[in-house]
Design a protein around this ligand. Structure first.
Ligand SMILES: Cc1cc2nc3c(=O)[nH]c(=O)nc-3n(C[C@H](O)[C@H](O)[C@H](O)COP(=O)(O)OP(=O)(O)OC[C@H]3O[C@@H](n4cnc5c(N)ncnc54)[C@H](O)[C@@H]3O)c2cc1C
Length: 347
């Protein structure tokens, strides 16, 4: 595997893209005392996949379809968020349920994951009173956590601005240009189509609001074809997600996906049938399931070193193999940045 080399200078570092990856990179660079400029094509932070995410910090559940590295790396994520933005992370675990006719899905899920407890109907009701009597069995992943990604983005943006990080919104897509020895590329799905081994997976979600249901933690509803989840956002608001469709389309949600998401919510609790839509459902391409090879070299500045930091935990293949270039999950960003950039005293 080609390793990234230590930068030879400690110039001010531009960081392209203000999604959760770009803001995390900017945070780690700023903590090191570097001068950071974040260039973002949109007019505010979080215009990409990060705005639509479930915010589940759920590596043990992800292991169902991801390599072991996702667990070993992902388990550090909640601690990073707690340290960066105290009070944001909710550590109440994940509940995984299935309708009685799909109980075999629970057994299959259990066989591919670890660090869970089996719960019976009474224990489910003890954890989530509103689900009392609705499911006979569940898996409880008590070590998992979640956060509201929109609050995370706003919180990081405010913190970075207070730390002196410069933001350049409405930036040209090729900003930053000449004059820098290196920059960090965190432009998310924009690389789809630029490399043969990266393809888009469209995730569609919607927000519902109802005072009739209270949940304390993300609940995954297994289904042989369409496994979905509901993440509580507080004050009767819920994120329902997410489809996984082979496409890099970022347009509005399709009628079929809307029906599937609403069906899942209704199957979890019929009171969701009376819920109100908070906004139009959206889709956003976010990651590839192919091996990662996401570093690109710019034709206009061939000598410039480009790091590519993309949150695509599922971009490794099932055997955990990586492509020939470095690729980062969120949990890898701090150690990678700290090892690559020379230490400077905070100003
Ligand atoms: C519906 C849905 C649910 C999800 N749920 C979860 C979950 O529960 N847990 C989880 O861990 N992950 C989840 N994900 C995945 C997660 O959202 C992504 O992995 C993560 O947000 C990617 O972050 P990013 O910063 O790499 O990309 P993005 O958030 O897409 O940010 C990229 C940024 O770069 C900007 N940009 C693009 N091109 C340029 C350019 N040329 N110059 C400057 N700026 C540019 C974009 O405007 C954007 O702001 C979900 C994704 C979706 C779509």
């Amino acid at each position: 595997m080609e390793r990234l080399r230590q930068p030879e200078s400690d110039h001010a570092c531009p960081d392209q893209g203000a999604g959760v990856a770009g803001l995390t990179v900017a945070h780690e660079l700023a903590v090191k005392g570097m001068e950071v400029t974040v260039a973002e094509v949109a007019t505010q932070p979080g215009g990409g996949a990060s705005w639509f995410a479930g915010g589940m910090l759920a590596p043990w559940c992800e292991r169902e379809s991801a390599p072991e590295a996702v667990v070993s790396l992902g388990r550090k994520s909640a601690d990073w968020w707690d340290a960066a933005l105290p009070g944001l992370v909710v550590r109440k675990g994940t509940l995984v349920v299935a309708p009685p006719r799909d109980t075999a899905e629970l057994t299959r899920f259990a066989a591919r994951t670890s660090a869970f407890d089996w719960l019976d109907g009474e224990e489910i009701g003890g954890l989530e009173p509103d689900l009392d009597g609705r499911f006979r069995k569940a898996l409880f992943f008590r070590n998992e956590a979640h956060l509201d990604p929109r609050r995370a983005i706003s919180g990081l943006f405010d913190k970075l601005a207070a730390m002196g990080v410069a933001f350049h919104f409405g930036a040209a897509p090729d900003f930053p240009g000449a004059g820098f020895d290196h920059f960090v590329d965190c432009t998310g799905a924009s690389a789809i189509g630029q490399t043969a081994d990266l393809r888009g997976v469209r995730g569609e979600m919607l927000m519902l609001e109802t005072p009739e249901v209270t949940l304390s933690r993300p609940v995954r509803l297994l289904h042989p074809r369409i496994p979905l989840y509901i993440v509580p956002r507080g004050n009767g608001r819920f994120m329902v997600g997410a489809t996984m469709i082979e496409s890099d389309d970022s347009g509005p949600i399709s009628a079929r996906s809307l029906m599937e998401l609403l069906n899942a919510a209704y199957a979890l609790h019929p009171a969701f049938g009376e819920a109100r839509g908070r906004n139009r459902g959206r889709g956003s391409p976010c990651f590839s399931r192919q091996p990662a090879a996401l570093r690109k070299r710019r034709r206009d500045h061939p000598g410039q070193r480009v790091l590519s930091a993309r949150l695509s935990a599922r971009a490794s293949d099932r055997d955990g193999r990586r492509g020939p270039y470095e690729h980062f999950t969120h949990s890898e960003i701090p150690t990678t940045i700290h090892s690559l950039f020379p230490k400077r005293p905070a100003v």
